[in-house]
Design a protein around this ligand. Structure first.
Ligand SMILES: [Zn+2]
Length: 493
């Protein structure tokens, strides 16, 4: 279904600072790149919010029938402790502290990242490339940038010449900065650096003797600069120019600015038509930070094992909470906010389940077709999920009115309402119908109770072979029976 032919999306482009009509380079196809995590620690909840927003965008584009190639990378080398190309590689440092191999660090936190995203019902990206898997492409890119005169080598490291680049292009156009201001606001080089100017950034860094993560290059053993991998991987899989590049707001400068500069210097064109940035997640009105202790990780939020929240919240409630704000607004995580979202989420799910029981009438008192287009209009307006949710609540209200005989829909309209609610709640917002899941669990419990009863009868008939068989076979699939004085209970592992 090519729904995109009837729907006109407008996206807020960080580059122009305006909402623009979305027109992909190739009709019916969308190339989207999102900067993934640096896998040196458990995934940060703020990052989960960013990826959740782009998961929703990916889902909507797919729902409209676009063929989307969604590339989200894994940074497993080259990300130094501070953005000014100084300090230790984050992964190497973790490996040193934990006395394990860097690739063990990468594996551990990549697995954690995927687990968390699975719990939150993310769709996997089309391609998930790693920095270490694209060293050759990165070296080639450095060579092109040098050939075009925008980089220089000093002592085995290669730096991007920002001042040279700025003579013909505007360095800072995405983050609305000017080189003069940057020069004014940066400390002068301390004589330790190989850079010509403090604004220059590393494309390739020489590896010191103790540096474990190293690769041979025309400039000696070293490792790529952090900004380089995204240019190498985005253009490899999406072309020199592609549709959407996303990431967290904090990546605008310097990371995304450097990506633009690298692409223009290497390939002579700006890489991206629409730059999209998801805003920050706060906790109780303040910036999340490990140093101040104002932080909670995804596992703690889901288990309720933390000092900020009164209870555990389900992944869908957290998704719903996220969707109640625009991806471009700062989102403030609070206990009250989550409780309100939990109520709202259940109200919506109850209505969706109630819809199954409603019967069609001879006429409709509500224009479902018009309502459906309003849902699309909300999403077409820069993925405005809070407005979409307001429309979904309108439908929930209608469903309750129909139940109370205060409104009516024909069978055809009921079908359309149901399809649209399912499309937007489950396919686009990625919510999971907890009530349905509970029903599944209830069915399982019912079946186990029945087996417990049959086992009881077998024992009364002194058929111990049968009673043992029931107990053992249940145990083999992870269901433990426990006989007590009040009867038999069970646990599912
Ligand atoms: Zn990136």
């Amino acid at each position: 279904m090519q729904l995109y032919k009837d729907q006109q999306i407008h996206v807020f482009n960080s580059l122009s600072g305006q909402k623009e009509r979305f027109q992909p380079i190739v009709e019916g196809h969308v190339g989207m790149y999102v900067c993934g995590p640096t896998v040196y620690s458990n995934v940060h909840l703020g990052n989960v919010r960013t990826f959740m927003s782009f998961d929703m965008i990916f889902r909507y584009l797919k729902h409209l029938g676009f063929k989307v190639r969604y590339v989200r990378n894994i940074t497993d080398a080259g990300h130094l402790e501070n953005d000014a190309d100084e300090g230790e590689d984050k992964i190497t440092k973790k490996a040193r502290l934990e006395k394990i191999e860097p690739m063990e660090v990468v594996q551990r936190y990549t697995v954690d990242f995927h687990n968390v995203l699975d719990i939150f019902n993310f769709l996997p990206p089309s391609i998930e490339p790693t920095a270490t898997g694209h060293i050759i492409e990165q070296i080639e890119l450095v060579k092109s940038i040098m050939d075009n005169g925008f980089a220089y080598e000093v002592n085995g490291s290669v730096y991007f010449d920002v001042h040279k680049f700025n003579e013909t292009e505007h360095y800072g156009k995405l983050s609305k900065r000017n080189l003069e201001d940057l020069v004014h606001n940066t400390r002068a080089l301390d004589g330790q650096s190989d850079k010509k100017n403090p604004q220059d950034f590393a494309l390739w860094k020489r590896a010191e003797a103790q540096h474990i993560m190293r690769w041979p290059s025309p400039w000696g053993d070293g490792f790529p600069g952090w900004h380089l991998e995204c240019t190498a991987m985005s253009t490899k899989y999406l072309g020199d120019k592609f549709d959407i590049h996303g990431g967290g707001m904090d990546l605008k400068f310097p990371h995304h600015e450097c990506e633009i500069a690298q692409n223009e210097a290497a390939k002579g064109c700006s890489p991206v038509n629409y730059w999209m940035h998801a805003n920050m997640l706060q906790l109780n009105g303040q910036r999340m930070s490990k140093t101040t202790g104002n932080t909670v990780n995804p596992h703690e939020l889901l288990s309720g094992d933390n000092k900020f929240f009164s209870k555990a919240y389900s992944p869908s409630v957290i998704r719903f909470f996220n969707a109640q704000s625009s991806y471009r607004s700062v989102l403030d995580l609070t206990d009250n906010g989550l409780q309100a979202s939990e109520k709202g989420f259940h109200r919506l799910m109850d209505a969706i389940n109630l819809l199954e029981e409603l019967k069609g009438d001879s006429s409709s008192t509500f224009n479902v077709q018009e309502w459906k287009q309003k849902c699309y209009d909300a999403m077409n307006d820069d993925f405005n999920t809070p407005i979409l949710i307001a429309h979904l609540f309108e439908a929930a209200k209608l469903i309750n009115q129909i139940k109370d005989n205060k409104a009516s829909l024909t069978s055809e309209d009921l079908g359309l309402l149901k399809q649209t609610l399912h499309d937007f709640s489950f396919d686009v917002l990625g919510l999971m119908n907890i009530t349905e899941m509970n029903t599944g669990a209830d069915k399982l419990s019912g079946a186990i109770e029945l087996l417990i009863e049959l086992r009881q009868q077998a024992r009364l008939n002194k058929d111990f072979a049968m009673s043992d068989k029931i107990r053992d076979e249940l145990a083999a699939v992870g269901i433990q029976l426990k006989d007590g004085k009040d009867g038999t209970t069970f646990t599912i592992n």
